[in-house]
Design a protein around this ligand. Structure first.
Ligand code: SAH
Ligand code: F3S
Length: 500
């Protein structure tokens, strides 16, 4: 049986696409190899959002020429956004590549590999499924949870993007917006929850522009019929909360600020399943730059919307994405971004140096902020956001928090750290001194003992300790059975983009 390995670059959408490739290949009779060295087929799932990410693919393929030479029948597949962007050109430029497959063509991968095995020529398939969009479902194994035992899973609700942010290649690599029927989304979430998943993250490029293509959702409370920014996202959240009561947490990423409408704010105020954290990319705090970026909101509109959200859900935290050094960004524009970061008080921030991308409207503008200035602005940005996070984490010491336990820590800390997870606001918490208990997938109450730079140290409260199950009693009744029933999450090698 041929063996495969997948290496993933880039965002959560790519991590999710890699999971679907695992499903598709396994169903076609392939088995997963321990790593590229043992693989007959190697898939590189690529990212092209910044130039650096794209360069990573090129150097990786260069390195893999040797891997291919070691055995003549080895197959190298390039998937993801660089595949979509470059298509056939990749085959011409890099002879080591055998198959190029776009994000919408994942189901065709086994067929393409089969043709190649029968002597076919290298091939590129990068066609958007605009007429009949396909959304591949997760196939959870009962008891183990989806994605190999993790208590958290991703569910795609839409793909593509109809915005035209002037810096962004995504509308080009992922195509126009296509939405998935709400019944299908609810069914997938229900199946995942039945298999042991506790937290779902809804995925989409502008996840909150969602509309049900079959018109199956009632209008959400607070939704205005004549607001062009209104969508059916709040209605979808309500439908999920109502139909899947066993779900502990429902996150989503990434929303566009212009669809943070009153109906969505109201859903946050009323649905307990929505955690008190939202990642809301802002990109810049300068109106002049926001206009050039074609973001379609002003700083004041963004601030007003986030204020309304925080007023509706006290204690809600926000994180964001910011680009520094966009064409024409002056010191004053950057100062406006820094002041916005402090005004909103983000508790997390991904910062990126502007990078010119093919096919984007901003190519018309000169990339006139020097690499040095970009680097220096990024450093100042991180300094500001680290200070905000440190003060926030420090302020949580002595409080009790609810943590969804997502896994075991790789390294035991001095205090015997074993479990880690996240609060509803997404803070990372390490739980000490609970090594004898089985906490995976549980929502437990902890007392925060200390703050680290990016996370918190905590101990179970007495009540949580009394309610927790000892490790040996889980699953089949013996320790070996317990381990087998809860396999560790399959570790997909993820090569993160630069920045935050
Ligand atoms: N809507 C997507 C965003 C895709 S890109 C989502 O769901 O996450 C992720 C982030 O990369 C953007 O928010 C932006 O901050 C950054 N980015 C995109 N294009 C970029 C470019 N050309 N240069 C630098 N950063 C970029
Ligand atoms: Fe990119 Fe803007 Fe869409 S950042 S993904 S074009 S919302």
């Amino acid at each position: 049986m041929p063996r495969y390995a997948i290496t993933t670059f880039g965002c959560q959408m790519n991590v999710h696409d890699s999971e679907r490739m695992h499903d598709v290949l396994r169903r076609a009779g392939y088995t997963e190899a321990g790593g590229p060295d043992e693989a007959d087929v190697l898939v590189l799932n690529t990212c092209s959002v910044r130039e650096k990410a794209e360069q990573k693919l090129r150097s990786e393929v260069g390195r893999l020429a040797r891997w291919k030479r070691e055995r003549g029948d080895r197959v190298l597949v390039v998937a993801g956004c660089v595949a979509q962007q470059e298509g056939e050109r990749l085959l011409k430029q890099m002879r080591a590549i055998d198959v190029v497959v776009g994000p919408d063509n994942i189901p065709e991968l086994p067929g393409l590999l089969g043709d190649l095995a029968l002597g076919g020529l290298p091939v590129a398939r990068t066609v958007f499924d605009v007429d009949a969009p396909r959304f591949l479902m997760a196939s959870p194994t009962p008891g183990a949870g989806a994605q190999g035992g993790a208590p958290a899973a991703f569910v795609t609700i839409m793909k593509g993007c109809d915005e035209r942010c002037s810096f962004c290649i995504v509308p080009y690599t992922r195509g126009p917006e296509r939405y998935r029927p709400s019944d299908e989304i609810v069914a997938e979430i229900a199946a995942l929850v039945a298999a042991g998943v506790r937290e779902i993250t809804l995925l989409g490029q502008t996840v909150n522009s969602y509309r049900d293509p079959l018109g199956a959702l009632p209008r959400a409370p607070g939704a205005s019929a004549d607001d062009p920014d209104e969508s059916e996202f709040a209605a979808l959240l309500r439908r999920i909360a109502e139909r899947v009561p066993g779900l502990a947490r429902l996150r989503y990423t990434s929303p566009h600020p212009r669809h943070l409408t009153p109906s969505l704010i109201r859903a946050h105020a009323e649905l307990a399943v929505l955690p008190r954290h939202v990642h809301l990319p802002v990109q810049s705090g300068s109106d002049r730059i926001l206009r050039r970026m074609i973001r379609r909101y002003t700083r004041a509109e963004y601030v007003a919307r986030t204020r309304a959200l925080v007023e509706a859900v006290p204690g809600l935290t926000l994180s964001t994405d910011i680009i520094v050094g966009f064409p024409g960004e002056t010191e004053d524009d950057f100062a406006a971004t820094l002041s916005l970061v402090r005004e909103v008080g983000y508790k997390g921030l991904f910062g990126f140096k502007y990078s010119r991308r093919p096919h984007t409207p901003a190519l018309k503008l000169p990339d006139d902020v020097s690499e040095d200035v970009k680097g220096e602005r990024l450093a100042r940005l991180f300094e500001a956001s680290e200070a905000l996070l440190a003060a926030h984490l420090e302020g949580l010491v002595g409080t009790t928090q609810e943590v969804l336990v997502e896994g075991r820590d790789k390294q035991r800390g001095a205090g015997g750290t074993l479990w880690s997870g996240r609060t509803g606001r997404h803070e990372i918490v390490h739980i000490e001194g609970a090594g004898e208990l089985d906490l995976l997938g549980e929502v437990v109450e902890v007392a925060i003992a200390r703050a680290n730079k990016h996370s918190l140290q905590a101990e179970l409260t007495e009540a949580a300790r009394a309610a927790a199950r000892p490790r040996q009693r889980v699953g089949a009744g013996d320790a070996a059975g317990a381990e087998a029933a809860r396999p560790a999450r399959r570790v997909l090698p993820v090569i993160a983009a630069e920045g935050g």
